[in-house]
Structures are given as structure tokens and as C-alpha cells.
Design a protein around this ligand. Structure first.
Ligand code: FES
Length: 575
């Protein structure tokens, strides 16, 4: 059989009679010659461009460079939009819609005459939602990230998203006024691209490169750099090759590739959101991954990059220092070097010659920037199914600490009380925020790094232990325990913690413990049979479905019926 006869798109454009007429005729109205439809691989460009997703606002131009590459390699590019999730604007939280966007992506790819697909990803949730959707179809797929913004500037200082948390504390204590906030706001986002620190978007870009589903150097090239356009074009060329060689996502996304991604994430100090998204992606492609694997495979991997929020510098600096290849080159002894990437080369072939141009940004393995790295998984009677903490962003002195709980029943209770001068709290207290989980909020917003009480800020306290069933922005920092599972709203122990209870956080021993007997915890749960205050069971629409079907964070927070894939076959025709 001729290569082109094996193409999936032939099931549409290779038909005779009425069906072929319909499929081809309407495509021809776009000026596409018949031979392009019948003789070339059809490559989808899955675009999350949206003016409501400012991090992805340059994607129409970026898509043009992908198209150049596809055409150059002999393919037919067809661009299509999918739901785009802008982290800064979407209420109540973009995480609520990650799974919805993934459904859009999955069905859009499967339902259309595509032989391969290029995923244009940028702002936090746009990467996992697109990769999850594509995994459930499993045709040749490559990711092109939009790239980070240039570093922001404020009164001669370099700034980016992590500084928002500092500005917010200064504003609350009166050391920064409205005028200064406006000046900082104007200098923060000064170019195309996503957040310029190792926040969730950059973490996701590193994740796809370390999994092998983007070309090397994809992670850190700044959005406005000409090299971003070039890698988009090269990815267009590559996807056509992938289709010809029939290299599907499942051939790249092996168990070993996931282990590599966990190790690279530890070395770059990636966002805690990495855990929830990688678990969901593994679930879609059929790789067994457990939350404990994040601890297991991070072990022995130090932090190699000096990037905010765990360090000082920005993604732009990482690119000038050699990009993610410089980090992976250092880590090769710890990686599965034979994993094959989308370009058909192994990790070793892709990265063994990578250079580092600045050891201040990417440290060698034997003299790392910080011995603390990765994501630790805590267990205990507060979190039977796990909770996570990012040690490199925490205060070392708080990693083993026992203190009294100061409890907020939900986010409204927190906002109401946190700056009350009469709040009984000191720097040894542990702040506990309930009902910001997947079902309880719903959607699990990034409020886990809740601000500390203004009266303690005024005393110079900069960090406290905070525990919640919510998430934290990848740009955030502090000694913050997140993703407590099971969450309070489904009966987790978190929900019965009361003011004054004693809690121990012991990171070296991976323990989060409430000093109450099992009987006392059971008795409190018995008393609390009612749903938490302000809990709303949404009666209709997508959010109703989400609350009914979302899995807990230790399973990746996917909807239970979306786990796995349905392949690329379409079994019925409508004509
Ligand atoms: Fe889009 Fe940070 S807001 S990446």
C-alpha cells in the first residue's frame, strides 16, 4: 500500500461518490487544491489563542511559523481553535475547566480528518488540557510552547509574577501604596509570553520537553525571541516526519519518560501543579503513576536552577544559560537515557552535547544551587491519601514544626478574619484553610499560599506553615502544604480540625499529623455529617458534572469517565 493510502485523512478525502464530494468540496472553498487533500498528511494546529488568555495572545503569529514547517515538509496545515484557559481572568479558577478543555481537544482531534497534531500551549492549564486530550486519541503529536515573557522591570529592579505576592504583603502593611502598585503593574508584563518565572506555565513547558513530546530547547526560549518562531517552524517539519514514521504519543510517553519528567521537575524546582497534571496525563495515556512516585523519583535530585520562586533569576536567564538542555545534560546520569523523543532521537542523543553558559543559573550536579528540591509527599491522619509540599520554596526552619491550628472554614471565613487584630495567632501557629478543594470550592483554586496575618507581617514574619486542600500558584512560595486528600468537603480529616488543635509537620519523615486519637477524629466526623458552610452543590451544567465525577488530587483530578483513551477511530459516518 502507498504511504499516503495509510493516512487517517484518506478516510475523508480519499472517498469517492457523495461522501468524498462533501468532504473535499467545502475544504476547496478555502483555496486548497484537491491534490493537497488527497496526497498530503493533514496536520492540525490546535490553537489556544485568545485575547482572554493574554499569555497566548501571540499564538496566531506562532501558528503561521508552524504552518511554514508543515508546508515545507509536504503536509497540509489546518488550524483549529479549542477552549483556552487564561489563568488570570477565569473565575472561579481555570482548574475547574481543565478537564472540559481536554474534552474539547480530544473530540476535536478525533472527529476531524487529522493525521497528526501540533499543540500550541502556553498559560498554565492550556498545556495539560491539550496533552490530556491528545493522549486520549493518540495520533502523532508534538507540543510547541509559547515561551516565557521577558523579565519585568520596576524602578530598576527585575520583577515577575512571584513579586506579586511580595507586593501584596507590602500593600497590606501600607509600605506600598496605590501609585507604586500601578507603576509595578505597568512593568510586570512587558512582552508576549507566559509568566517569566518557574511557575506552572514554565513547569509545564519543562514537563513536555523532559517527557520528550516537544523539540529540545522548547521550554525556555522567550516568546519574543526569533528562536521561538524557528522552533515552531522546526516542529512543523517534525510532525510531518512523525506522521510518516507513525510515531504516536504512546510510543514516547512511556513509564520511563514520566520518571524522567519527575526528576527534571525536581532539578528545576517546578510548580506543585506538576503533580496533579502529570498524574492526569499518565491516566490518559495508560501509564501507572502513583503520587508516591513523585517523592521516590525526586530523591537524590538536587535543585540545579537558580530561578524564582525557589531562587533569584528568570526564564529568560535560563535560556541564555543554555536552556533546559543545560539542566538535562547535568541530570543525564539520573535519567533513562534511551527514552525516545518526538524527533526520533534518544534523550542521550538530544542532550549529551548541551552546553551551559552560566553556572550561576544552572549549577553542576556535584555543587547544586540547593540540596533541597522536588516535591515531597506527606502522609498522616490529616491526609490519608497524601498531601504535597515543595521544600525548595519553603523555610528550612519550619520543615519540622509542631504548632497550634488557626482554622478558617472556607475562603470567605479566611478573608473575614485574617487581618482581624484580635485573631489569636502568632508565628508558631499553623494556618488551616478548609473547603478549597476540587468538590468543595469547586475547582481547587490557587489559594493555598494564603497571605499571613497583617499583624505578623508588621512584626517582620515572612513565612508560616499553611495547610489546605487547595493548590498554590507555581509562582508562589512558603512552607505550604497543599492538595490534602481527601479534601474536607468529601469527609476528609482536614474538615474536623478545630482552633487550638496541635499539628506536626515533619518533612524529613514525610508526616503531617493531627494530635488527636482515631476515636476523637471519628467522633468529630460523626458530629459533622452536614456539608460544610457555604458548600454549594451546583444543580446543572458542566460544574454539576465536575462535582459529581472529579477524582481527588492524588489521582490527578481528572473526571472519572475521562481516564484512559478511545483511540483515533471514528466508527460511524453521518452522511
Ligand atoms: Fe498565564 Fe502565568 S498567568 S502563565
Amino acid at each position: 500500500m502507498d504511504e499516503k493510502d495509510k493516512l487517517r485523512s484518506k478516510q475523508w478525502f480519499g472517498r469517492t461518490g457523495k461522501d468524498g464530494f462533501l468532504y473535499r468540496s467545502w475544504m476547496k472553498k478555502q483555496g486548497i487544491p484537491a491534490r493537497d487533500l488527497t496526497d498530503k498528511p493533514v496536520i492540525g494546529i490546535c490553537n489556544t489563542w485568545s485575547e482572554l488568555t493574554p499569555c497566548n495572545s501571540h499564538f496566531r503569529e506562532l501558528a503561521e511559523f508552524v504552518k511554514r514547517g508543515i508546508i515545507e515538509a509536504g503536509g497540509l496545515p489546518v488550524e483549529f481553535p479549542v477552549m483556552s484557559l487564561g489563568e488570570t481572568l477565569i473565575k472561579p479558577t481555570a482548574m475547574l475547566y481543565r478537564n472540559l478543555a481536554s474534552m474539547d481537544v480530544e473530540e476535536s482531534i478525533r472527529a476531524n480528518p487529522l493525521d497528526g497534531v501540533v499543540l500550541l500551549c502556553g498559560c498554565d492549564k492550556t498545556t495539560p488540557s491539550l496533552v490530556m486530550g491528545a493522549c486520549s486519541v493518540d495520533i502523532p503529536t508534538i507540543v510547541v510552547s509559547g515561551g516565557p515573557m521577558l523579565t519585568g522591570r520596576y524602578r530598576g529592579r527585575s520583577i515577575s509574577t512571584s513579586d506579586i505576592w511580595r507586593f501584596s504583603d507590602e500593600y497590606r502593611t501600607g509600605t506600598m501604596d496605590d501609585m507604586e502598585m500601578t507603576i509595578a503593574e505597568a512593568g510586570m508584563c512587558r512582552s508576549d509570553g507566559h509568566c517569566a518565572v518557574m511557575g506552572t506555565a514554565s513547569t509545564m513547558a519543562c514537563m513536555v520537553e523532559s517527557l520528550g513530546i516537544s523539540l529540545p530547547q522548547n521550554a525556555a526560549i522567550p516568546a519574543p525571541d526569533a528562536a521561538r518562531k524557528i522552533i515552531a517552524q522546526m516542529s512543523g517539519i517534525e510532525i510531518v516526519k512523525m506522521v510518516k514514521e507513525d510515531r504516536k504519543l504512546s510510543q514516547v510517553l512511556t513509564r520511563e519518560a514520566f520518571e524522567n519528567a519527575i526528576r527534571v521537575n525536581a532539578a528545576v524546582g517546578g510548580s506543585t501543579n506538576f503533580v496533579i497534571h502529570l498524574l492526569a496525563i499518565a491516566g490518559r495515556i495508560g501509564v501507572e503513576l502513583d503520587i508516591s512516585d513523585f517523592d521516590k523519583y525526586s530523591e537524590g535530585i538536587p535543585l540545579l536552577t537558580n530561578l524564582q520562586p525557589s531562587g533569584k533569576y528568570f526564564m529568560e536567564d535560563l535560556y541564555y544559560a543554555g536552556g533546559l538542555p543545560a539542566v538535562i545534560r547535568e541530570l543525564l546520569p539520573h535519567l533513562h537515557q534511551d527514552c525516545v523523543s518526538v524527533n526520533g532521537k534518544t534523550m542521550r542523543e538530544n542532550y549529551e552535547d548541551a552546553l551551559c553558559y552560566n553556572r550561576e543559573i544552572v549549577s553542576p550536579l556535584d555543587t547544586p544551587f540547593n540540596e533541597l528540591s522536588g516535591i515531597v509527599v506527606l502522609k498522616g491522619n490529616i491526609c490519608e491519601n497524601g498531601a504535597i509540599l515543595k521544600p525548595s520554596a519553603a523555610t528550612p526552619g519550619l520543615l519540622q514544626h509542631t504548632g497550634r491550628a488557626v482554622v478558617f472554614e472556607d475562603i470567605d471565613d479566611y478573608k473575614h478574619k485574617i487581618d482581624d487584630p484580635d485573631l489569636e495567632v502568632d508565628e508558631t501557629s499553623i494556618l488551616v484553610l478548609k473547603n478549597v478543594g476540587l468538590k468543595g470550592y469547586p475547582g481547587m483554586p490557587e489559594v493555598g499560599n494564603m497571605g499571613i496575618p497583617a499583624k505578623l507581617l508588621a512584626k517582620g514574619v515572612t513565612d508560616m506553615i499553611r495547610i489546605s486542600d487547595g493548590r498554590m500558584s507555581g509562582t508562589g512560595f512558603g512552607t505550604v502544604v497543599l492538595h490534602v486528600s481527601p479534601e474536607a468537603a468529601v469527609g476528609g480529616t482536614l474538615g474536623v480540625i478545630e482552633n487550638g488543635d496541635t499539628i506536626t509537620l515533619d518533612v524529613p519523615n514525610r508526616v503531617l499529623h493531627l494530635h488527636l486519637s482515631d476515636e476523637e477524629i471519628a467522633a468529630r466526623k460523626e458530629q459533622r455529617k452536614t456539608l460544610p458552610p457555604n458548600f454549594t452543590e451546583v444543580p446543572r451544567g458542566y460544574v454539576h458534572m465536575f462535582q459529581k465525577h472529579v477524582q481527588q488530587p492524588h489521582l490527578g483530578a481528572d473526571l472519572d469517565f475521562l481516564v484512559g483513551g478511545s483511540g483515533s477511530e471514528v466508527t460511524r459516518d453521518s452522511h
